[in-house]
Design a protein around this ligand. Structure first.
Ligand code: IFM
Length: 451
């Protein structure tokens, strides 16, 4: 075991960044304080039956008030970086483009404290919480929202400039487009492929429009985008399953990465869904495919795909292999898929440097004044860190890894029922308790550093 540790830890160069990640809506709470306005998620939570137990983001982890304690935990873990998102709804509070100094000040104190701790701020501008006032004007179906996003990116980056080490325009556009507009389980809860593909296009356009502004305002920072990806394996060797897996991969991975890296959408999807393709204006693809300094990849699991003509939406199903170990989300634990994904992307695309910007798992953690023994998470993290090391050894330029998440938090449609944190959160007392995985991660980072 020790030998294997040594082999893998030596793949993490001294410049490799270890971090943890969170997102504004999932942890901040203070939804009605200091001028914050509603986002689409506030509205979605307020409608019945959208969220498990009727949970919402009104209080969440109360990070808005407890941020100092939470950042202290980053210091305790010994991470190099902290990935968090800013809430657009705290910063630009109306259609009249009112900029909230209070909102900017909230994030300034976080950045100052991170610098004091020598922790690099990785800031995501959009982690799904579109201001409701923009939704009322069509949201991501309205091209103008892309221009509004560029303005917001300009406001943030001209204010913080190079104080932010790494800017991310969007976290997981797939979720905003596909979960929000095709599966209908995320805000705003629509089920329509044409709209989903249109939303994906407008979000990618927004990314492209923001990039030159970010570069101008923060020339020393890194700029890019984060995609959630995983391998799509066929459930069998049958031709139908193989084709279904290819389709699923094109629709879910390539639809997002190919326009960014090659300036076009996958041919297979254009062939299969000719009537559902987005409206694209001249020049859009050049804007979308401007170079990125890095690509963030969020990896949780793989998909095993089988052909199913009776599924009218997809013609395929995602199945869980019988023998698979799963997490509390029901997601297969499949660390080899991370190496497989990275190596295959590296072969298929001319990849910029990569950060694994999220990786982690939900488990049914419980705390009763004794250590939270999240052994499954410890094993999950260890094996995925080794999978990253394997990809580095296979020649992929991976520069960092962020555990999702620092804290248990609001897991979107699952509310607070799913716990992904390294720190357990008692939502009644707002006490935070380090789980075994926090101790593991701290030790892993220390060992990687002390080689
Ligand atoms: O909690 C989410 C996060 O907001 C985005 N990536 C996946 C995580 C786990 O589902």
């Amino acid at each position: 075991m020790k030998m294997q540790d040594d082999r893998n830890l030596s793949s993490f160069k001294s410049t490799f960044v270890f971090g943890t990640a969170t997102a504004a809506f999932q942890i901040e709470g203070a939804a009605n304080e200091d001028g914050r306005v509603d986002s689409i998620w506030d509205r979605f939570c307020a409608e019945p039956n959208n969220i498990v137990n009727g949970d919402d983001g009104l209080v969440a982890c109360d990070h808005y008030h407890l941020w100092e304690k939470d950042l202290q935990k980053l210091k305790d873990l010994g991470v190099d970086a902290y990935r968090f998102s800013m809430a657009w709804t705290r910063i630009i509070t109306s259609t009249e483009k009112e900029i909230s100094q209070t909102g900017l000040d909230f994030y300034q104190q976080i950045i100052d404290r991170l610098h004091f701790y020598q922790i690099k701020p990785f800031v995501t501008l959009y982690h799904w919480d579109l201001p409701q006032y923009l939704q009322e004007q069509g949201g991501w179906l309205n091209r103008d929202t892309a221009y509004q996003f560029a303005k917001y990116a300009d406001v943030v980056s001209s204010h913080f400039g190079n104080q932010i080490h790494t800017y991310t325009t969007f976290n997981e556009p797939w979720c905003s487009a596909m979960l929000g507009y095709l599966h209908g389980i995320h805000a705003p809860g629509i089920k329509d492929r044409k709209q989903a593909l249109q939303v994906a296009h407008i979000i990618l356009l927004a990314h492209g429009l923001a990039m030159p502004l970010l570069r101008r305002n923060a020339p020393m920072a890194q700029h890019g985008i984060v995609l959630n990806m995983g391998p799509y394996d066929a459930a069998s060797l049958s031709e139908q399953d193989q084709l279904a897996a290819e389709l699923a991969e094109s629709e879910n991975n390539d639809w997002f990465i190919q326009p960014l890296l090659e300036g076009c959408y996958p041919a297979l999807i254009q062939e299969i869904y000719p009537d559902e393709l987005p409206d694209i204006e001249s020049g859009d693809m050049d804007i979308i495919s401007a170079p990125n300094d890095y690509l963030g990849i969020n990896y949780y699991t793989r998909q095993v795909i089988c052909h199913n003509p009776s599924n009218v939406t997809f013609t395929y199903d995602s199945v869980t292999p019988e023998e698979a170990e799963v997490t509390a989300m029901g997601w297969e634990v499949y660390p080899a898929g991370l190496t497989q994904l990275l190596v295959n992307l590296n072969k298929r695309y001319e990849m910029p440097p990569v950060y694994i910007t999220e990786n982690g798992m939900a488990s049914d953690d419980d705390y009763d004044e004794v250590l939270v023994n999240d052994n499954q998470r410890v094993k999950y993290l260890r094996e995925h860190l080794y999978a990253v090391a394997d990809a580095i050894e296979a020649g992929v330029d991976v520069r960092g890894y962020f555990a999702w998440s620092l804290l248990d938090n609001f897991e979107w449609s699952e509310g607070y029922s799913k716990r992904f944190g390294l720190y357990y959160v008692d939502y009644v007392t707002q006490e935070r308790v380090p789980k075994l995985s926090a101790h593991f991660y701290k030790d892993f980072i220390r060992r990687a550093r002390s080689r």
